[in-house]
Design a protein around this ligand. Structure first.
Ligand code: ATP
Length: 254
């Protein structure tokens, strides 16, 4: 096994609430791992910790041999962790193409705020950034919509654009936060194929938060289950499906 990410007793409290407690996970290179659990279990908070949005109260995060604990989000992105959001966070008033170009630019050296200010001013990097962005859009069948405003895309395509934007930062680890939320069964199936395709093509390691059990059980190799901020169980999908604690806490309520 070749770990890409390892967390050591990562915890965070908000006021008196322990949102995530002793979060210990290992992601091996190339794995597709699910993070599941009831509403409010701490899944998104865990993503916010891994991406530097929140600093852990205690614990450390080791990524690709580097201790990234306490780093700013854009530095962590530069080290190779990119994410999507539960509630889509595109730049709605920018074009589809600029949304992806920002992320390519983000990688160059800038924080997100600087990258946004530089939209349309990519300097000598312009040609490369545009070429990379269009290649990505082609993969997501969004190249013919490159000049549309992101906010004008149908909902499902906005979700795809979020993934394309995350990939523009050329991550080693992609964190997907409920990518199938709001999608119909056909869109969910298409998404599942897309995740498998990008995983192979970009040799990604993926951590997936998702409530759609057909998606989670269908594509994840291993799962972690969170409840009240703590890891309740971990294992392959078959084990998780039949784990009595997990059924009581989570699966039983589906
Ligand atoms: P869902 O499946 O509903 O998205 P989740 O598992 O992602 O839930 P989180 O959003 O991580 O859960 O929330 C975990 C707990 O931490 C909740 O009790 C939430 O209210 C709390 N929490 C998260 N962020 C903050 C914050 N910035 N300030 C205070 N409390 C927070």
């Amino acid at each position: 096994m070749d770990p890409l990410l390892k967390t050591n007793n990562v915890s965070i409290s908000f006021g008196g609430i322990k949102a995530v407690q002793d979060f210990n996970i290992v992601l091996n290179r190339g794995e597709l791992v699910g993070l599941i659990g009831p509403n409010g279990a701490g899944k998104t908070t865990a993503f916010n910790l891994l991406t530097g949005v929140y600093q852990p109260t205690t614990g450390t995060i080791e990524f690709d041999g580097v201790d990234v604990t306490g780093m700013k989000p854009y530095k962590i992105t530069q080290h190779g962790i990119a994410r999507t959001f539960q509630n889509i966070r595109l730049f709605g008033n920018l074009t589809v193409l600029d949304n992806v170009k920002i992320a390519c630019n983000y990688l160059v050296n800038y924080s997100l705020a600087e990258a946004i200010l530089r939209v349309g001013r990519y300097g000598k990097e312009e040609e490369r950034i545009e070429r990379e962005a269009i290649e990505l859009l082609r993969l997501f069948k969004l190249d013919d919509k490159k000049d549309e405003l992101a906010s004008n895309l149908p909902y499902g395509l906005q979700r795809h654009l979020e993934i394309a934007r995350a990939l523009a930062a050329r991550p080693k680890l992609l964190l997907l936060d409920e990518p199938a939320a709001g999608m119909n069964p056909q869109e969910t199936l298409d998404l599942m194929h897309l995740i498998e395709e990008i995983r192979k093509r970009f040799e990604l390691t993926i951590l997936l938060i998702e409530h759609d059990m057909s998606l989670v059980m269908g594509i994840c190799e291993r799962l972690y289950v969170l409840e009240f901020g703590k890891i309740l169980a971990q294992g392959i999908p078959q084990e998780i499906k039949s784990n009595a604690d997990v059924i009581r806490a989570y699966l039983g309520e589906e």
